[in-house]
Design a protein around this ligand. Structure first.
Ligand SMILES: [Zn+2]
Ligand SMILES: [Zn+2]
Length: 162
């Protein structure tokens, strides 16, 4: 089962929604992988937070929040949320595809910001849309130069010692 939350055609996005969306997407995180590939993803997708209609949903904690940026940012600081980020790390075998298994049946793809079934995930990372998003994340990392990094870019080192 996949939830195509962010898959509405762009033409249906109204100007107001687009403005809101760009506010949500202001924060980026640079991820450095073991393979030394760098990817830039939104802070929200790193934290498994998606925008569902009028609410933000943390799919990791299975929590809904009102669509207030402050609530969302506060959620990212919660100890329980960080505990879950640690318990559900990126699946090593999927590498730069940045997929976390978030429970026994579902995975979250950070690249696409969607939930997809564990059974479907190996096909998901090969589909065209995922590949396009992955390329964008790689390109974003290449175009970020240290002197141009906005102050809200965080670097997360994923080379955790095992
Ligand atoms: Zn959470
Ligand atoms: Zn994906």
């Amino acid at each position: 089962m996949s939830l195509p939350l962010l898959r509405q055609p762009k033409t249906q996005v109204t100007l107001q929604q687009r403005t809101r969306q760009s506010q949500y997407e202001q924060q980026f995180i640079i991820l450095t992988l073991k393979s030394s590939i760098k990817l830039v993803v939104t802070s929200d997708s790193f934290h498994c937070i998606v925008n569902v209609g009028d609410v933000f949903k943390c799919v990791l904690c299975n929590t809904n929040m009102d669509a207030e940026v402050e609530l969302k940012e506060y959620h990212k600081t919660l100890a329980e949320h960080h505990r879950l980020l640690k318990i559900y790390p990126y699946l090593e075998e999927l590498g730069e595809n940045l997929v976390r298994q978030i429970d026994s049946t579902n995975c979250f793809c950070t690249i696409c910001s969607i939930v997809t079934s564990v059974h479907y995930v190996s096909r998901h990372v090969q589909n065209d849309e995922h590949m396009r998003e992955l390329n964008k994340a790689v390109l974003r990392a290449e175009t970020y130069k240290p002197c141009e990094e906005p102050p809200n870019v965080n670097t997360v080192d994923l080379n955790n010692k095992k």
